[in-house]
Design a protein around this ligand. Structure first.
Ligand code: AMP
Length: 250
């Protein structure tokens, strides 16, 4: 069974986001970038399925600038076998990402495609769903457990107030939630080995996929500064302030 995992290069989750002075976007100058955490979970799941001899090959794919090869190398160090880099310096919106991934799915014919449930930079939570629609494949989103059977897959999903289990026929698309697994750290020898693993580089034009943008980013604003708190001396004082100053209770 071949597994394809889509991974995105995003701003590291520990970094404090800075907005450009003209509010046109987030400022990425000299900012640490990383593998999107949900994509890391997707890679870990694929590698575990390979370790259990359920999967025979794990292929990772990323769409983005040349620097996205760093995140592909990380995925290779975590245990993926080979990488595909769709290189573009343009901002690629979800529909275009899904179209490019659909093309890779068509070429690679994986039995399972794993994606993160969302990329933490744009919080779109839609690429997996779009890919499932474009490829005509079954989808299981927000997976907290994945069990592969002969020609089907059981996916447990985290939904409001509980868990839902679905059975999908293969090939299928699954997006990963936080509790699916705890990703491993790449070991130094694996980081060295990853440098020699194959990486196929292509462009959207070579793939014949149009990536025109239909959505433009108008502006980005930082959240309002939090005002400093105060300490109250008693419950009575607190109630008084909530009633008469904050006016949140009557
Ligand atoms: P999103 O719909 O943008 O929140 O992203 C959900 C998931 O789609 C991510 O966790 C990735 O698995 C995949 N994805 C989004 N953008 C890209 C990209 N540029 N390259 C590869 N995979 C992507």
């Amino acid at each position: 069974m071949k597994i394809l995992v889509a991974v995105k290069r995003v701003i590291d989750y520990n970094v404090k986001i800075r907005v450009k002075p003209d509010h046109s976007d987030v400022d990425l100058t000299n900012v640490k970038m990383a593998l999107n955490p949900f994509c890391e979970i997707a890679v870990e799941e694929a590698v575990r399925l390979k370790e259990k001899d359920v999967a025979t090959e794990v292929v990772v794919v990323s769409i983005g600038p040349k620097a996205a090869q760093e995140q592909l190398r990380t995925a290779l160090a975590l245990g993926a076998d080979r990488a595909i880099h769709v290189q573009t310096d343009e901002r690629v919106e979800s529909l275009a990402v899904a179209k490019l991934l659909a093309k890779v799915v068509e070429e690679e014919q994986p039995s399972l495609v794993l994606l993160g449930k969302q990329a933490i930079d744009t919080d779109n939570n839609q690429t997996g769903q779009m890919l499932a629609a474009l490829s005509g494949l079954a989808q299981g989103t927000f997976a907290s457990e994945v069990v592969v059977e002969v020609d089907k897959l059981q996916v447990t999903r985290e939904i409001d107030g509980g868990l839902q289990t679905l059975e999908l026929s293969l090939p299928a698309i699954v997006t990963t939630d936080l509790r699916l697994n705890e990703p491993r750290y790449a070991k130094l020898p694996d980081i060295m080995k990853a440098k020699k693993k194959p990486m196929d580089v292509k462009t959207p034009e070579e793939m014949g996929v149009e990536t025109n943008t239909r959505v433009s980013l108008v502006k980005v604003e930082s959240p309002a500064e939090r005002k400093g708190g105060i300490k109250v001396g008693s419950v009575d004082e607190l109630v008084d302030k909530l009633k008469n100053e904050a006016k949140v209770i009557s």
